[in-house]
Design a protein around this ligand. Sequence first.
Ligand code: ADP
Length: 285
Amino acid sequence: LHMVAHGTRGPDGQPEYVGALQDVTERRLSEEALAKVRAELAHVARVTTLGALTASIAHEVNQPLSGIITNAGTCLRMLDANPPNVDGARETARRTIRDGNRASDVITRLRALFSKKEFSLESVDLNEATREVITLSRSELQRNRVVLQSELADDLPNLTGDRVQLQQVILNLLRNASDAMVDVHDRPRQLLVKTEQMDGDRVRLTVRDAGIGVDPQVVDKLFDAFYTTKRDGMGIGLSVSRSIIERHHGRLWAERNDGPGATFAFLVPRDPENVTDAAPVMRHS
Ligand code: ADP
């Protein structure tokens, strides 16, 4: 039930209340259904994006695995030597553990990104979340000869948000930026990822590329579902990203650069729960 009431004073100074009581069951049910569809779509978008990164991710896991095999071989040779080189063997065993942990970290991150969770709020270190996405995308970016530069603010405070969904947005922006530079051959394919703390207890993340840029006539269309200019595109990345940022009470937008390319940025309050909407006098629902 949703109740709205307004208190005034009658002609004789007595308090008077006017109230309305509304059955909002249907509205609640459709809101729940909408949230479920949104979550499904976000999941599809994430799996599609990650699917495209498979080769890059396989490389990210394969590297530490090769390290483990090489180090284990070296370790055996050092132990078999006469006299055995125990110190050297110990050091190579340490490296083996380090590489094992590295491979396992990549898998843990991937599992989190592939998992299907309801929207959940937690304390998020946006720099750390960004670094993880960069790690997963690194070899793909290298393969596309993208020069990645990151400027992550030292003193960035944690924010309250859904970590995996925010990472999905960052992943999308990086991938789009890289795609936009595929046909650039006459200048460096520079990509800048930046985080900063803004006024009003807000945090901003900016992704700037040197790609084909955005046409001011279609800049708003980019965020529509199923709008794509790519041969194999689905056109849901930016629309899902915008809805994720709006759920954080933030804003996601695109701008043309002064030079070539485009800049996509989002701004979110550190604590979305503390964003107040204009509320009526009394509200219980
Ligand atoms: P998709 O990547 O499947 O096309 P998106 O919703 O992520 O779906 O992007 C929609 C469209 O927005 C893209 O097809 C492209 O035309 C445009 N776009 C997105 N990012 C950029 C960018 N960094 N530079 C230029 N155009 C972009």
